[in-house]
Design a binder for this molecule. Sequence first.
Ligand code: NAI
Ligand code: MG
Length: 347
Amino acid sequence: MSRYTVTLLPGDGIGPEVTDAVCTVLRAAEVPIEWERFDSVGHAGMEAHGTPLPEAVLESIRRNRVALKGPVTTPLVEGFRSVNVSLRQKLDLYANVRPCRNLPGVETRFEEVDLVIFRENTEGLYSGIETYDERLQIADSIARITRRGSQRILRFAFEWARANGRQRMTAVHKANVVKISTGLFLQEAIAMAPEYPEIEFDHRIVDNMAMQLVMRPEEFDCVVTTNLFGDILSDLCAGLVGGLGLVPGANIGDDAAVFEAVHGSAPDIAGHKKANPTALIRTAILMLRHLGESAAAGAVESALLQLYREGRWLTRDVGGSCSTGEFALRLAERVQNVSHAIDRTGS
Ligand code: NAI
Ligand code: MG
């Protein structure tokens, strides 16, 4: 019998390709997961059920409390809200965690990047409070920030940093100009920091932070910020370690967690078998740790590092020529070898 039932949303674009790769790798790790799969979200959901986010999907995630999700395209023109934003808001997944770390064999400008971005995931400029006054021709988007919303993402970030032995927390804001809303976030960060004396705390204005991250990323450790800044800075940090094909993510709330990579549906390469599944595989490693499957997580992680160190079976975005599927098969072989080695040594 399966020990875990996990909701699986392959998404669209490169989503199904990278999701298949993850399923191949997790099968090799012999984690007892039964997937509850929904293909009809986003545009496909609209066609099949008249809604981009069918209620059955939300019910499944609420029941299972864990989901693995591929990217979902948000068309610029059609009249439905982003499935990604809706999912995070409806399930109150307030903490978006995005670790960015170098991989062996992936050449980048910096070698010692090891950052974790904590992005507030439910409010700020993505609150969805938007109006357009036809008569005055004025568009408003409200960047609502609440004290409770700020406190809970900050608490999450500091607790995570403490539990994982991290050294430093930088709060990122724009309180010099957007004084009331991002000022509230900054004020809460300054108030909470003394509760974590072992973590060095400082804060930066977002534009300056962007520059410092591209000049000296190795000096930063944990970064906590509001929704829009976190969205932008996490793609920036993905670039520091080799691109969007490599960086995982997790959306975590008190009742459920949805694991998804930072990248989108990559329409420019979808269907070409070029997508790098590493980002979603690292995302699955985060999910395994969340489930308490740390041995399987460790096996997949060491197999992944081994494959990158070998350098022969990489996808095009990181200088190789492997297809998505071939990469997954090579990784699955190594996962099996690592797992069997662990079984033999009994560790
Ligand atoms: P994107 O992240 O899809 O792609 C940006 C660039 O990175 C492209 O050149 C793409 O080929 C490359 N890339 C992304 N993932 C890759 C991978 N795994 N392997 C190799 N290369 C990869 O961003 P873009 O083009 O701005 O957005 C496309 C669509 O995705 C939009 O509709 C957007 O709304 C949606 N999106 C969805 C997200 C989600 O479901 N969580 C997150 C971000 C965007
Ligand atoms: Mg983004």
